[in-house]
Each structure stands twice: as structure tokens, then as C-alpha cells.
Design a protein around this ligand. Structure first.
Ligand SMILES: [Zn+2]
Length: 497
């Protein structure tokens, strides 16, 4: 299937046609130095859309001119384009930046694209081999991509843990020897030298990692201006309900080492303690700790049943097991089936949270939106992989009026871009609609945008995205995903010797 940018280039070199997109005179030239070329038609003009930019606060009808994958003009004046998309009645916003994604199959990223995501990151768990991770994706990705070096997968590699994705053996349950700790540290540092965008910590999944071990990892991150992306230790792993303790641990680590901290999914890590934990984060920030968080808008979580999170689940009351849903079949579990599937291993959904907690998390000014999604398969998985962003915009912005559209967009674009900028200057060109920014854009119908994926049918595209551009090329066009286009580029920190 031809993608938009190639098509545009063909037209530009052949018989260029020009489309004047608004009545009026000269080109607007309040532009960057790039404007020396502004007399030539843009590769693409997004005309007459409601442009919303959370950084400048711009919310007005504008024309957007794109050339060579970069936004060169945002103006009320007419622009001349080789190709023109009429965005009348639609919102034009920065593409969404997902700081929490675990997918391995690029096909699943088309579901993200239909949900408005133009850059996606594996940060919370991270990866063990940064070069290999980026190499595997080169030229195959519809959207931009990046990863953290992961403490948990590194620990798994060093301690020869047999787990699939998350620790299931020694990496979860054994303290590291001095030699193992030295090797973990060396590998985490190597990952940072190879351009990992942060350091990931699944602390709930590696309970045997000592405070000293984690402190050393935070110190390593600090030397490279990398933030720590953390799944907190918490009630489900520690067997207590003192969830604040897991948060206090990372605040202390950040204060001691200077490493910025991003707390994964405060909705699921906080549960009914989420409001208190958000208040603690706010207090810590006011005393100089650089801490941020994110949430996904679903009352069920999902993880692997063989992981340490369920070590304390062997003698729960029967109704607790009923909160678990086996993803492969959709069945709710009993103690008996729980024990059976735990031996087998696989994905389980956990129906444990409340709508009140989700609303508290979504509305709080500290929370970004991040999906915690993973590979999308037929009748298996979690709807958050395909529906997180559209669900926020449809249900919490439009239907509930819980936050404004601009605030919702800010949580999906500018805030996550800023979280990565200290280490990845490339992110200063994302999360904004302005001259000089990357042409990662979403063009959607704010009256129609909605999630369609469910727990039973997680592989259903979201609705409402009319166009999605990644580096100036269409991945979604006329409301349909263009499967097979791969304009995604790596987002990576500087590689150091
Ligand atoms: Zn997590």
C-alpha cells in the first residue's frame, strides 16, 4: 500500500499540483530558519483543523505545513501543499507518547497508531540487550520506539532465571552475590552507554533485590541523566496493604541519588491508596524530588500468573480468586484453577480496582496517560493495548467532563516528552505542534473518538482517528490503518564510548 509521503514525493517530482487552502495572501513567515524554502509547496498541508498545542496553549483553527517529516508552519494564512488534507471539524494535536508498552510484535503497534500513539516505549521493565532490541525493530515499525535498560531482565540474564518476560525463579527470589551484583551493574551501565532512554525497575517482581542493589542501580542511572521507571513494591507482592511504603522507597532512592523517578500505573500500584500516594508525590516534588507518574483507564490489571506477585495467593478466600480472569479462555478462576494455571504460566487479568480510583488518577495533575499495553492477539490480552487514549478522550474528557480536552492531550503528549528530554534531546521535537517539531500528529474527531476493545475482545481498533502521521507519513488515513507502512524511527539517547 503506498503511503502518503512517498505519494507526495512522486507528485512533487512529477507534475506538481498546488492547492490553495484558505483565502488570503502571502505565506505566514513567522517561521524558523527553515522558512527559506517556504515559497515551494509543502509536502503536506493539514488545512483548517483545530490545532491544539499543550505547550503554547494554542487552540485555534490553523493550517499546518509539513516538509521532510518536520512541521515548518503553523499559521492562519493559506499554505500551498503538494498534498492537502482537509481537517475541518477535526482536532490536530501532537501524536501521543506512550511511556509504557511491552509489545514485541510490530503488528500490535498498528493498534497503538489507531489509538493515536506515534511514539512508544518499553520503560517499566525495559530490556536486557539494548542494541539487539533496537536492531530487531529497525525498518519494521509503524511508530517511533525506544527502550530502557531493565534491571529485572538484566537480573534474569545474570541469574539465569527461566521466566518469560518477568522473573519466575532466582531473579525474583534470591539476593545477588557480590559477583552477580557487579555483573548486573556492569550490564546496566553498558545499556546506558548504548543509548537506553532510562533504567527500568520491576521492583514488585524482584523482591529479593536488596536496597543496596537498587541504590547502586539508581546511582548508575544518575551518572547518565537517566530517569528510573518503576513498578513499585506493593501490597500484592509484600503481602501487606501498606502501599505507601513502596512509594517512600523510590522517593528515598531519588533523594539519595538524584535520579528522577517515574512511577508506573499509579492506578494499579495505588488501588484505594492512590489519592494518598499522589498527595505524597506532590509533597515530594515541592521539596525538590523529581517524581512523576502515569495511569491507564481500566479497573482491571494484567500480569503473568507465574510471577512473584502471586506467591502470597496460595490460601486466599475463594472470592479473591474469582477476581482473576484467565486471558486465554476468559474464565474466572477458583483456587483449584489458579493453582493449575500457575504451574502452566500465562496471562491473567485482575479485576480488583474501582472506577473512583481511575477517576482520581486520571484527573490528578501529576499523572500522564500510558497504556501498559502489550501484544494484541485475538480474544487474548487487555483492552488497554488498543483503547487507552481513545477511552480517555471519549469517556473521561467528552462524556464525563472530568478533565478538559487540552489537559487530556497534555497528559498524552507534552508531559511524557518532557519526562525523557533530559536524557533524550530528540524528545524536545515531540509532543508539540510548532515549527521545527517532528511531524508526529493525530487528526481526530473529538465527537466520535472512543475505545472499542473489551476484556473479551481486546483486538478491536479504537474509533475516531482520521489521520495519524509519523515523521510526516500516514499510518492512519481516512480512518483506516495502513498496515505495512513503517515510518517509525528509533528514539535513543546518545551512544557513548
Ligand atoms: Zn507494571
Amino acid at each position: 500500500m503506498p503511503d502518503g509521503a512517498n505519494e507526495s514525493r512522486k507528485r512533487a517530482t512529477g507534475h506538481t499540483f498546488r492547492a490553495l487552502v484558505a483565502a488570503g495572501g502571502a505565506l505566514a513567515l513567522a517561521l524558523s530558519p527553515l522558512s527559506v524554502h517556504a515559497q515551494q509547496p509543502f509536502d503536506l498541508v493539514i488545512a483548517n483543523g483545530r490545532v491544539m498545542d499543550p505547550e503554547s496553549g494554542l487552540d485555534a483553527i490553523r493550517n499546518v505545513g509539513i516538509r521532510a517529516g518536520v512541521i515548518e508552519a503553523v499559521t492562519a494564512s493559506l499554505l500551498d501543499g503538494v498534498e492537502v488534507v482537509d481537517a475541518g471539524g477535526l482536532v490536530v494535536a501532537p501524536g501521543f507518547i506512550n511511556l509504557h508498552w511491552h509489545g514485541t510484535d510490530p503488528h500490535s503497534n498498528y493498534y497503538e497508531a489507531m489509538d493515536g500513539v506515534t511514539s512508544t516505549f518499553e520503560l517499566e521493565i525495559g530490556v536486557a540487550d539494548v542494541d539487539k532490541w533496537y536492531d530487531e525493530r529497525a525498518g519494521r515499525m509503524p511508530i517511533n520506539y525506544g527502550a530502557a535498560i531493565g534491571h529485572a531482565p538484566t537480573r534474569m540474564a545474570v541469574m539465569k532465571d527461566p521466566g518469560e518476560f518477568l522473573p519466575a525463579g532466582d531473579a525474583a527470589r534470591k539476593p545477588a552475590t557480590d559477583a552477580e551484583l557487579a555483573e548486573i551493574e556492569l550490564r546496566v551501565e553498558r545499556g546506558l552507554k548504548r543509548g537506553a532512554v532510562g533504567v527500568g525497575f520491576g521492583l514488585a517482581y524482584t523482591p529479593a533485590a536488596s536496597t543496596w542493589e537498587i541504590t547502586q542501580m539508581f546511582r548508575t542511572a544518575a551518572r547518565y541523566d537517566a530517569a528510573a521507571f518503576v513498578h513499585l513494591r506493593g501490597a500484592s507482592s509484600a503481602g501487606s496493604t501498606d502501599r505507601e511504603q513502596g512509594l517512600m522507597e523510590v522517593i528515598a532512592l531519588s533523594a539519595v541519588t538524584g535520579t528522577p523517578v517515574h512511577v508506573a500505573h499509579i492506578n494499579s500500584s495505588g488501588q484505594t491508596n492512590a489519592a494518598r500516594m499522589l498527595a505524597i508525590m506532590q509533597d515530594a516534588r515541592s521539596h525538590g524530588v523529581d517524581i512523576t507518574t502515569e495511569c491507564y483507564p481500566y479497573t482491571a490489571g494484567a500480569t503473568r500468573i507465574e510471577s512473584f506477585l502471586f506467591d502470597t495467593w496460595t490460601d486466599k478466600p475463594e472470592e479473591e480468586y474469582h477476581k482473576l480472569q484467565w486471558s486465554a479462555t476468559g474464565e474466572r478462576l477458583t483456587r483449584e484453577t489458579f493453582l493449575k494455571y500457575r504451574k502452566q504460566g500465562g496471562l491473567v487479568l485482575i479485576h480488583a480496582n474501582t472506577e473512583d480510583v481511575i477517576r482520581t488518577a486520571v484527573a490528578h495533575p501529576l499523572t500522564m496517560i500510558a497504556s501498559d499495553g502489550f501484544d494484541v492477539r485475538h480474544r487474548q490480552g487487555h483492552p488497554r493495548s488498543a483503547g487507552t487514549y481513545s477511552r480517555i478522550l471519549g469517556r473521561y474528557v467528552r462524556e464525563a467532563g472530568l478533565i478538559s480536552l487540552m489537559e487530556g492531550l497534555r497528559k498524552m503528549t507534552l508531559m511524557p516528552a518532557q519526562r525523557l528530554e533530559a536524557r533524550v534531546p530528540q524528545m524536545r521535537g515531540k509532543g508539540r505542534v510548532k515549527a521545527g517539531a517532528d511531524a508526529d500528529l493525530v487528526i481526530f474527531d473529538p465527537r466520535r473518538i472512543i475505545d472499542r476493545a473489551t476484556y473479551e475482545e481486546p483486538d478491536v481498533y479504537a474509533e475516531g482517528m482520521r489521520y495519524v502521521l509519523v515523521n510526516g507519513r500516514f499510518v492512519v488515513r481516512d480512518g483506516a490503518v495502513l498496515e505495512g507502512v513503517t515510518p517509525g524511527r528509533p528514539v535513543r539517547a546518545r551512544i557513548s564510548p
